[in-house]
Write a protein that binds this ligand. Structure first.
Ligand code: ASP
Length: 501
């Protein structure tokens, strides 16, 4: 069993005991929390209810209901129509720039509704909205523009436009709460390769935000109680904006929490924490009350959408507990994430997750081959093909690779052709495969699970195409055909959780 140092243990358990009086909480609010004025009212209540919530990170407004579109999706739509417009610039029948204008109007309407509801001065954002429109207009006709005496190239305007949802939302929230607005470009820095520059980022976060750590204001103080930071983006050395991958505001908040050694990172959503299974697939899921950093990382990587997959990394490094809570039920405990391991239930399954539409590439090796050289060649080909995220497994005869189907940009035959430079006995590619992960810190100790799992799937005629247990025994991954995905999850859920629901 994992042993924890005494001090670490205390830190990660502290939220179970009585709350210390003075803490620094970084609170991140997701898209649904920001979707409409009614939800924002709830966010404001949450922030006002605890004076320790001093550093607030926001997403762009998300969906109020299933038919709505997230602001970020609308902004990407706008970019796409602009790009198409450039490609079709001689085709006057098809004016994509007007599609973009329509999308912008929709976005403006969402923000205006919020501004009117909170009786803010429209000037709060009108200049910024004007700037966005102006930049879009410039990019329709030319290749670069200038902001703060820095050239921004329109080729990279996508990140700039996509980031405006968070930017405007943070400005509005700062105005509503009378908090300081700190733009993410001033604290989140990338290097020329677009990778996060941790050293610079940590330094800037500390410089800008540490003052809030000790700030305890009297009710009459004129100083601002806290700060609002837009999530999701940062700045390249040339001044341009770059976004993280989708859902990246979770990561922004984790970076901030780690850099300033916050006591707690709260991630506020429209659901009361993490569930044992996707509630869209299984109604009788359980709410997970405690989960380790490691388990959450596995779940995020294997398809759970609860937090951006990289969120755990900075928090885990500094052992900063994360709690996922709902703005609609703030009194409920949510899910706590830390180094926490309950020794009684160490082999317990915490959750099931999975991802559809994977490709299974199987290579039967020629045995005499130098293994390292062989793997190197395989990875080189994958890299040349721009395959970014893979599940990789190898044994004496086979290499098994899984990756997202949409990463294959050519037809299957052509794709396989790229591997022809390798010596192999056989190579096969199977599309429409799903990976399902069963996660729990030490499930490997629970031998019953394995027996029952394969028996149940077999009875229902679900063929298991592949099985893998990760090296620390905290994750079983199986592959099934897409058509069995939901059913397999339901069967596994019934087997592992239903008696407890
Ligand atoms: N708004 C962005 C997205 O929808 C980033 C975020 O919400 O974290 O992906």
């Amino acid at each position: 069993m994992q042993s924890l140092k005494n001090t670490d243990e205390k830190k990660s358990f502290y939220f179970i005991d009585k709350k210390p009086k003075k803490q620094l909480i970084v609170a991140k609010f997701g898209g649904v929390c920001m979707a409409n004025p009614q939800n924002i009212e709830k966010v404001i209540d949450v922030i006002k209810n605890d004076a320790n919530r001093k550093i607030i990170v926001v997403s762009a407004p998300g969906q109020s209901n299933e038919n709505d579109k997230k602001i970020t999706d609308l902004l990407y739509e706008c970019c796409e129509s602009l790009e198409n417009n450039k490609h079709n610039c001689n085709n006057n029948d098809y004016d994509n720039s007007s599609i973009c204008d329509k999308v912008l109007l929709k976005i403006e309407k969402i923000f205006i509704e919020i501004i009117e509801h909170f009786k803010l001065n429209e000037a709060t954002i009108s200049n910024d909205v004007f700037n966005i429109k102006e930049i879009i207009n410039i990019c329709k006709n030319q290749n670069k523009f200038e902001i703060n005496q820095k050239h921004i190239y329109c080729d990279n305007f996508k990140s700039f436009i996509a980031s405006r949802g968070e930017f405007l939302m943070a400005k509005i929230m700062a105005e509503i709460l009378n908090f300081e607005f700190v733009d993410a470009i001033d604290i989140i820095k990338f290097n020329n390769d677009g990778e996060l520059d941790f050293i610079k980022t940590n330094k800037l976060i500390r410089n800008k935000l540490t003052k809030y750590k000790r700030r305890n204001l009297s009710p009459t103080s004129k100083k601002r109680r806290g700060v609002i930071v837009p999530g999701f983006y940062g700045q390249l050395p040339n001044g341009q904006i770059l976004t993280f991958s989708r859902g990246g505001s979770d990561y922004t908040a984790s970076l901030i929490a780690a850099a300033i050694n916050a006591d707690l990172y709260e991630n506020w959503k429209d659901v009361d924490g993490l569930m044992s299974c996707d509630p869209k697939i299984v109604k009788s899921h359980l709410n997970i009350r405690e989960i380790t950093f490691n388990e959450l990382r596995q779940l995020s990587y294997m398809g759970s959408k609860i937090l951006h997959p990289d969120t755990v990394l900075p928090a885990r490094k500094k052992n900063i507990p994360i709690v996922i809570k709902s703005i609609f039920e703030p009194e409920k405990q949510g899910t706590k994430i830390g180094n926490y391991i309950n020794s009684k239930n160490v082999d317990m399954v915490k959750a099931i997750t999975g991802k559809r539409n994977q490709v299974h590439l199987k290579i039967k090796k020629i045995m005499e081959y130098n293994e390292v050289e062989y793997f190197f060649q395989v990875f080189k080909i994958l890299n040349d093909l721009n395959i970014s995220s893979i599940q990789f497994d190898a044994n004496v005869d086979f290499i098994d690779l899984f990756f997202n189907q949409n990463e294959i940009k050519c037809d299957e035959k052509e794709f396989i052709e790229h591997f022809k430079t390798l010596d192999f006995l056989e190579i096969s590619l199977k599309k429409d495969v799903s990976l399902i992960a069963i996660v729990g810190e030490k499930i490997i100790l629970n031998s019953q699970i394995f027996k029952r799992l394969f028996l149940c799937l077999n009875i229902k005629n679900i063929e298991v195409l592949y099985v893998k247990i990760n090296s620390n025994g905290s994750n079983i991954i199986i592959a099934v055909e897409n058509r069995h995905f939901e059913n397999a999850i339901k069967i596994i859920n019934k087997l592992l959780f239903l008696s407890k629901a």
